[in-house]
Design a protein around this ligand. Structure first.
Ligand SMILES: [Mn+2]
Length: 425
């Protein structure tokens, strides 16, 4: 049995007090080899008890005396610098994942692809989400694997302490789809073709469930989700299935606005924007009615008919104050009940968080805090999550608050990855 230092110390001290002197018991010299700490701190750290324990550990062979202060590798040895191990260094990809050219090159097998949608031409209020993909990646630099002590809400959870970046599945960062800022129609079509290209990749053979590549998109204003959902629907809903994707929509706004109410009164071009994209998703049949839900709603309806129209689009609603009533775990369980066994697309507007936490397109007070969101997402363990995005991450240059905005967005993506990989273990 190998004893830890405190246990060894107390054991030997009790023996020495009762029977013999330490020197006699150990039978070794009084002199200890000097270590770096000894040289700096001397008797400050070398009490009689510590000297005694050190001698015991030397005598037992548990530790070896240092021969010199440090030994450097051979000058041709690059084993410790070939991989980027320093969180704040290196070329920035999401969570230091390998960067892949995913468009036009279909040889690489991918289980989960991260891709950016740098676009904010559909915003009604604060722009800046075209810089969101970069902001999320900057905020993700401390995500490097390891085991989170708070992942999973209970010890019996499969998510509990799951090393989500080390499950054998292949995760890559595909960079961004270049989206023109000058014509939203062209830009959104570029995003759709980018998603379609990624969905054409094969997956590894690490999991029976990952038969098709799943995409996590970094937005971008919320308009981009229509293209993300369209490609996910075409990829994951069978042709003979007369239903859509279960949409879990975290947001402070309903985003199902009738285009006549929001934007469409200007021109037809203006009809599709970040507040109407779910109207179009429902109209196209992408939304599984009765299995889709808004979470975190609190922004005002524009006209009284908005609520009725929202129900017609197929959504149930969990407001921000419902989180008080149901508790975060209760909210997660209710979401699971609503989506059932349908394939799920999860779209997360950063304005779900309270206005004092993030920069986003249309901030609202009375929102969720970070721990509530993490708990709700973990509670959804087991859903069939086939695609997801985080949007309205407004991190323009020279703007205060970008760091925390990117940090929160990156942590939500980390949760998404957990929900995707946990069904594979
Ligand atoms: Mn939104």
């Amino acid at each position: 049995m190998k004893l830890s230092t405190p246990v060894l110390l107390s054991t030997l001290l009790s023996l020495s007090n009762a029977l013999v002197t330490p020197q006699k018991f150990l039978g070794i010299s009084q002199d200890l080899p000097e270590t770096f700490m000894d040289g700096i701190f001397g008797e400050l750290v070398n009490s009689a008890e510590v000297v005694f324990a050190k001698k015991a550990m030397l005598a037992s062979g548990e530790v070896a005396a240092p021969s010199k202060a440090i030994e450097f590798p051979d000058k041709n040895d690059v084993s410790d610098i070939v991989d980027n191990l320093v969180s704040y260094s290196g070329i920035v990809s999401f969570a230091h994942l390998p960067v892949e050219q995913c468009f036009g090159n279909y040889d690489e097998k991918i289980d989960i692809a991260i891709v950016g949608a740098p676009f904010d031409s559909g915003v009604s209020y604060t722009p800046g989400a075209r810089f969101g993909p970069n902001g999320v990646r900057q905020g993700s630099r401390r995500l490097q694997g390891g085991i989170s002590p708070i992942r999973g809400n209970t010890k019996s959870s499969k998510l509990y302490r799951l090393p989500i970046y080390d499950t054998g599945l292949r995760l890559v960062d595909c960079g961004d789809v270049p989206m023109t800022p000058f014509d939203a129609r062209v830009a959104l079509n570029q995003l759709y073709r980018g998603h379609h290209a990624i969905h054409k990749h094969n997956t590894t053979d690490k999991s029976a469930n990952f038969k098709k590549t799943r995409i996590i998109t970094l937005g971008g204003d919320h308009t981009v989700s229509l293209m993300n959902i369209k490609s996910a629907y075409e990829t994951f809903v069978d042709a003979d299935d007369n239903d859509g994707l279960a949409i879990i929509h975290f947001d402070s706004h309903i985003d199902t606005w009738d285009p006549e109410v929001l934007g469409g009164g200007v021109t037809k071009y203006a009809s599709l924007n970040h507040g109407t994209f779910l109207h179009y998703a429902a109209e196209a049949g992408y939304v599984s009615k009765g299995h889709s839900v808004h979470v975190g709603i609190r922004a005002p309806y524009i006209v009284a008919e908005d609520e009725t129209h929202d129900h017609e689009c197929g959504f149930e609603t969990i407001t921000s104050k419902d989180v008080d009533k149901l508790t975060p775990r209760g909210v997660g369980q209710k979401i699971k009940e609503i989506v059932g066994n349908r394939p799920v697309y999860l779209t997360f507007d950063l304005d779900t968080f309270d206005a004092n936490m993030v920069n986003s397109g249309t901030l609202e007070v009375g929102g969720l805090n970070t721990r509530e969101v993490l708990t709700i997402l973990d509670e959804m363990e087991g859903i069939n999550l086939v695609g997801c995005d985080i949007v309205e991450v407004s991190t323009p240059p020279n703007s205060v608050g970008n760091d925390i905005t990117g940090l929160l967005a990156a942590q939500v993506i980390d949760e998404f990855i957990g929900l995707m990989v946990v069904t594979e273990i």
